[in-house]
Design a protein around this ligand. Structure first.
Ligand SMILES: Nc1c(C(=O)O)ncn1[C@@H]1O[C@H](COP(=O)(O)O)[C@@H](O)[C@H]1O
Length: 179
């Protein structure tokens, strides 16, 4: 799957069973209208294709790779070993061990081969981090990222206001109680 113009971000995963988690990365990129491609690339099950994907990614115009995998999640690190692009690893939680296995497989990379690891199941942040990487060299995109952050701020402020109104304490509490 590829969004319409030439993809800038590769979203890959060890299996299509990871898609329900990884879809959030694609949605985040959609929000910023960043073109991406999606594929299954497994270090364990299709090692030669995985190496080819990593080796060719930069030459094909990709700027970063978001790689998600569950269990013995070697995919992000193996991709990072064969591409000069930044790789963002997403630990996908499976039925057993709650994603601790994939988290530890991804996060403990040896020095020299970095993988930026997000939280277990944190595919949305992986998409947003990829957007920020592009925004570092794209003032227009950076402006949209600032607007997004401002929106988050407003939402959080509104939540605080609602909570303060709901939990009415006669003495008031904490900062911004409005008393
Ligand atoms: N961790 C890896 C790798 C890899 O790291 O290369 N390839 C597949 N997998 C993971 O195996 C899990 C089960 O896959 P299946 O659902 O296909 O059995 C998935 O979470 C996948 O990411």
């Amino acid at each position: 799957m590829t969004s319409s113009s030439s993809p800038l971000i590769g979203i890959v995963m060890g299996s299509d069973s990871d898609w329900p988690v990884m879809e959030a990365a694609a949605k985040a990129l959609d929000e910023f209208e960043i073109p991406y491609e999606v594929d299954v690339v497994s270090a364990h099950r299709m090692p030669h294709e995985m190496i080819a994907y990593g080796e060719e990614a930069a030459g094909r115009g990709l700027k970063a790779i978001v790689a998600g995998a569950g269990g013995a999640a070697h995919l992000p690190g193996m991709l990072a070993s064969v591409t000069p692009l930044p790789v963002i690893g997403v630990p996908v939680p499976l039925k057993y061990l709650d994603g601790m296995d994939s988290l530890l497989s991804i996060v403990q990379m040896p020095a020299g081969v970095p993988v930026a690891t997000v939280s277990v199941g944190g595919a949305r942040n992986a998409g947003l981090l990829a957007a920020r990487m592009l925004a570092a060299h794209d003032p227009e995109l950076q402006g949209r990222m600032r607007e997004f952050q401002q929106h988050l701020n407003e939402q959080a402020t509104e939540k605080g206001k609602r909570l303060r109104n709901k939990v009415a304490s006669p003495a008031g509490f904490g900062f911004g109680s409005g008393k």
